[in-house]
Design a binder for this molecule. Structure first.
Ligand code: SAH
Length: 374
């Protein structure tokens, strides 16, 4: 859970002042302006030093305290030897371990955490936008059968700074400001709700992104969707990010075959929780549906899916399966994808097909890490 990786007390711009102890165990990255100002004052420095730090952390993308040349040298040197920066001058940035660039510009980074683990993050350029696909955990406990990340289990949840760092890393490598963030990398965001919401807050308050350009994707964890809605309202004041639910099957039996954890969460209960999410947030939900050749891509599945979603203000995003090494699933034929799409459309379901990006850069989530760390 989030609170394992980061202190439960959350610090963000505009939030209530934090007790001094809360700032000691965490790096500077992830802190909002008021928290940084407060921290500078606790350090016996002028308040405006917090604003300078904020500028260097977020606008300039500093990697080490040493680089923040506007700060008094003696203070920087003293800080480098004490928490929260630690002896190594660490402010919360990761190390780039590997970079893989596809012909279409899609850039996958393998980033090393301070405790020696690695996560994937992907920058996906498209006309007028740059989307960052971020991880929320190191590994994932959900074990969906078609997913490369699920093969290795969960190591731990990511802390706020580790999510924000992914966006900064893509910005640095691609030389462009990310416009969109999707929590569709490694991990299950709803097992790390507090850190995910705090990271969203930081991306919006400190990096200037808009909540509407952010998507949180979940395969469904019982009883967490209404909590996500309520906590988002409490913590962010509004819940305008998009919730995407990985449905992948039109009925419980098939869904359990693909997603073992689904047996603890009947599809009707999942949809009921989606309705509650919509009622609380006023936002429509989108559903992801991976198309696995011959398995869930047949006309009868499209008909059943349309029936299941009848009367539900939703959008379906079809994702043709990206092959991973260990599994026997097939990529759907282009004809099957098109007929599935048309079939939903004819039944008045809003539908789109996700274009496959960067297939030559180990497109499926978790593949690069598996290949390089196996
Ligand atoms: N745990 C969350 C977010 C991470 S996965 C979730 O399940 O939604 C993000 C999306 O990528 C999910 O819809 C997931 O089902 C999909 N995905 C995973 N492996 C894939 C693969 N091999 N090909 C295509 N999509 C995949």
């Amino acid at each position: 859970m989030a609170s394992d990786a980061a202190p439960a007390t959350a610090i963000a711009a505009g939030s209530a002042p934090e007790p001094a102890a809360a700032t000691e165990a965490r790096p500077l990255l992830g802190m909002g302006l008021s928290a940084l100002e407060q921290w500078a004052q606790q350090q016996g420095q002028a308040r405006f030093r917090g604003r300078q730090l904020h500028d260097w952390l977020y606008a300039k993308g500093a990697r080490r305290l040493e680089e923040v040349s506007v700060l008094p040298k003696a203070w920087r040197e003293g800080l480098a030897a004490t928490p929260p920066t630690g002896a190594s001058d660490w402010i919360g940035r990761s190390r780039e371990l590997h970079r893989s660039v596809a012909r279409d510009g899609t850039t996958k980074l393998l980033l090393g955490t301070h405790d020696g683990l690695s996560i994937e993050t992907v920058g996906i350029p498209a006309e007028g936008r740059l989307t960052v696909c971020v991880s929320s955990q190191v590994g994932c406990p959900m074990a969906c059968r078609f997913c490369a990340t699920g093969k290795g289990g969960l190591q731990r949840s990511l802390a706020v700074h580790e999510v924000v760092d992914q966006v900064l890393s893509v910005r640095e490598v691609m030389g462009e400001r990310p416009s969109h963030v999707v929590f569709m990398g490694m991990g299950e965001p709803l097992l790390n709700v507090e850190a995910v919401l705090e990271a969203i807050d930081c991306l919006c308050s400190d990096l200037g992104m808009a909540q509407r350009q952010i998507t949180v994707s979940t395969v469904g964890v019982p009883r967490t969707l209404p909590t996500l809605a309520e906590r988002a309202l409490e913590r962010l004041g509004r819940a305008q990010f998009t919730l995407a639910v990985s449905l992948h099957a039109p009925d419980q039996r098939l869904r359990e075959e693909l997603i073992p954890t689904a047996h603890a969460y009947p599809i009707e209960a999942l949809l009921e929780d989606c309705r509650r999410y919509v009622a609380i947030t006023g936002r429509r939900v989108s559903f992801e549906y991976i198309l696995l050749g011959g398995l869930n891509d047949q006309p009868r599945h499209a008909a059943a899916l349309a029936q299941l979603l009848r009367g539900f203000q939703s959008h379906v995003n079809l994702i043709p399966y990206n092959p991973i090494e260990e599994e026997e699933f097939q990529r759907p034929s282009p004809a099957a994808v098109e007929s599935f799409r048309r079939s939903l459309q004819e039944r008045h379901v809003a539908v789109s097909v996700r274009a496959s990006r960067g297939l030559d850069a180990d497109a499926a989530c978790g593949q690069l890490r598996r290949r390089l760390t196996a």
